[in-house]
Ligand binder design. Structure first.
Ligand code: FAD
Length: 457
């Protein structure tokens, strides 16, 4: 910082007015917008990129998880815990040839009984179709940079894009930016939790001899997760593959030096290991421009080095090449917005249920170390999405849950998808009944969610 300041006077045109404005068209944002529009709200969805899906298609591989962890608890019933719009997206993806649907883990079932993988490129088209059909007004390449407020009441959001600086007025704003950019500008209390997590940059490699790779890994007892299924190939049926590179001293040395783990990956196309997750740096404040930029450089170096090492030293990768990196690094944890309820680890692992719960979830990303007892599932109450002290604002996604161990459940893609449907529906009800989102009738919200195929037990 130079210590100098530029004082600006701004007069911003009101370019749009709507019932529900969803800021951030990522994992939670897409279902929030679809739910709001389908429930009759005039809905605008904004994102800083030229596509929708956020971290779900830009960092996450398998979607964790539509089901409970029944495989870790013999005798426990298999239950599909998340349905509704998230399931509809999977149905559309399967129909478009962009997903094999829900698959059972062949090995590693005590981590995730069922996994669901989607093809990111097909998702980009399918989700635009769904937005169009629902009548969501999508604005891309715009950043939410400020809020319009009267006291502690949010009245809209200021965006900046190629058209310049514009205001969008809304009855309810949903912050689904992951980082809580809107809630922070609205004056909501938050804490920063980046110190508890890692950022990463998964990458993809093409022309990998998958059968040869798996044979080598199995011979050396390195496979920790595997899923086989038909992917339209006569020679390659590997859909999910995780292995312990650390067992090879050369890799262990590099991994210890950098913090790289795994890798854990997915493979949707013949001899294409689309997604290799493991590159890693700790303690990155992704809300700081300098830090974020340096993290991109560091992680890209890790990708270049690791992909070269795989080619040089691991049978099956000899003729492979680096063919995919995400639009930006994957961020797991930044701001956590202080809400009327904060999910605790105790509530999660003890499968707590609430009178005002608006979704259920049964996966924990630290399984088998931490699991929801007896393969059950827990509820998230509507209060968990209402920022304390701020009106007309809801939040959803990885910006809720303030402790690392609890966040390792709520932050996962399928939870965020379910959260989005809950808050989008709530915001539409608020618009329809003319009350603040905080004051809607939660019994009515739960009825509407049930009618729209959300599983509430
Ligand atoms: C490397 C990595 C691997 C992961 N692997 C898995 C996995 O295998 N399975 C799993 O279930 N989960 C995984 N996760 C976790 C999961 O992907 C995320 O927690 C989840 O997708 C977050 O959803 P979200 O809606 O909160 O945020 P996002 O999906 O990131 O959406 C936020 C959206 O807001 C937009 N945005 C941000 N700021 C602004 C702004 N100011 N103005 C306009 N737009 C804005 C972004 O462009 C983005 O589209 C992984 C995460 C990472 C980082």
């Amino acid at each position: 910082m130079s210590g100098q300041f530029i004082e600006e006077t701004l007069k911003t045109p009101v370019a749009y007015e709507c019932d529900v404005l969803v800021a951030g068209g990522g994992t939670a944002g897409v279902t929030a917008a679809l739910a709001a529009a389908r429930n009759g709200a005039k809905t605008i969805l904004i994102d800083r990129y030229g596509f929708l899906g956020g971290s779900m298609i830009n960092g996450a591989g398998p979607l964790h998880s539509f089901f409970n962890l029944y495989k870790a608890f013999p005798g426990v019933e298999k239950v599909q815990v998340v349905k509704g719009i998230p399931q509809e997206i999977i149905d559309r993806m399967v129909a478009a040839g962009g997903s094999p649907g829900h698959l059972e883990q062949d090995k590693g079932g005590s981590y995730d009984s069922v996994i669901t993988i989607i093809d990111w490129e097909i998702f980009k088209g399918v989700i635009f179709d769904m937005m169009e059909e629902a009548g969501v007004h999508v604005l891309l390449h715009v950043m939410a940079v400020e809020t319009v407020r009267e006291g502690n009441t949010v009245k809209g959001v200021i965006i900046e894009g190629k058209s310049g600086r514009e205001a969008i007025l809304a009855k309810t704003v949903i912050d689904a930016t992951g980082d809580g950019d809107v809630a922070a500008k609205a004056g909501a209390n938050f804490i920063k939790r980046h110190g508890a997590q890692k950022v990463g940059m998964p990458f993809g490699m093409t022309n990998v001899d998958m059968p040869k790779l798996v044979a080598y890994l199995e011979e050396n007892d390195m496979v920790n997760q595997i899923v086989h299924s038909d992917k339209g190939s006569k020679i390659d049926d590997i859909i999910r593959l995780g292995f312990e590179l650390r067992k090879i001293p050369l890799f262990k040395e590099y991994m210890d030096k950098t913090g790289i783990w795994g890798p854990l990956g997915v493979s949707l196309h013949e001899n294409n290991y689309n997604y290799i997750n493991g590159t890693s740096i700790r303690d990155i404040d992704a809300t700081d421009t300098e830090t974020l930029s340096k993290a991109e450089l560091t992680l890209r170096k890790q990708v270049m080095t690791l992909s070269e090492m795989l080619k040089k030293h691991i049978p099956g990768f000899e003729h492979a090449y680096l063919s995919w990196t995400p639009t930006c690094i994957g961020i797991r944890y930044t701001r956590v917005i202080e809400c009327e309820h904060d999910m605790s680890l105790d509530e999660i692992i003890n499968a707590a249920r609430f009178n005002d719960e608006v979704m259920l979830y049964g996966f924990h990303d630290m399984a088998p170390k931490l699991m929801i007892k007896n393969g059950a599932y827990y509820g998230i109450p509507y209060r968990a999405f209402i920022p304390k002290g701020i009106e007309n604002l809801l939040v959803a996604g990885r910006l809720i849950t303030s402790t690392y161990e609890a966040h390792m459940s709520t932050r996962n893609t399928v939870s965020c998808l379910a959260q989005g449907q809950a808050v989008g529906t709530a915001a539409a009800l608020a618009a329809a009944t003319g009350v603040s989102a905080r004051k809607i009738d939660t019994a009515r919200l739960r009825d509407v969610l049930r009618e729209q195929k959300v599983f509430l037990g």
